[in-house]
Design a protein around this ligand. Structure first.
Ligand SMILES: [Zn+2]
Length: 109
């Protein structure tokens, strides 16, 4: 049985991370293809990064044909400070990587 304060802390953490997720959600233009892309960062990733305290952190969004990535540098206020593109992408051809890809793909954030 968990205490009331533990459950209160968990609710607080959930609210904060929802807020962070919303703030990190932004529309940005891919410099390579010009597509307007809304980025979102997973809550779990955000909390790991906030523990590390390494800002700005890079976030990549894979899209397009041929496949490429938009790379965003996100600051401590979860604002995108810089945007670049990645043309050269290599994906490991193993089942763990494929599983992780499918997991990311089926999860909105
Ligand atoms: Zn693009």
């Amino acid at each position: 049985m968990e205490s009331k304060s533990t459950s209160r802390n968990r609710n607080f953490e959930r609210k904060i991370s929802e807020l962070l997720k919303q703030n990190a959600k932004n529309l940005h233009t891919c410099p390579l293809c010009g597509e307007r892309i809304e980025i979102g960062i997973e809550k779990g990733v955000l909390s790991e990064i906030s523990k590390d305290g390494n800002y700005p952190f890079p976030h990549i969004h894979l899209h397009g044909s041929p496949l490429h990535a938009m790379i965003c540098y996100v600051d401590t206020h979860f604002v995108v400070r810089g945007v670049g593109s990645v043309r050269s992408i290599e994906i490991s051809r193993d089942s763990d990587t494929l599983q992780q890809f499918v997991k990311k793909w089926s999860n909105a954030y």
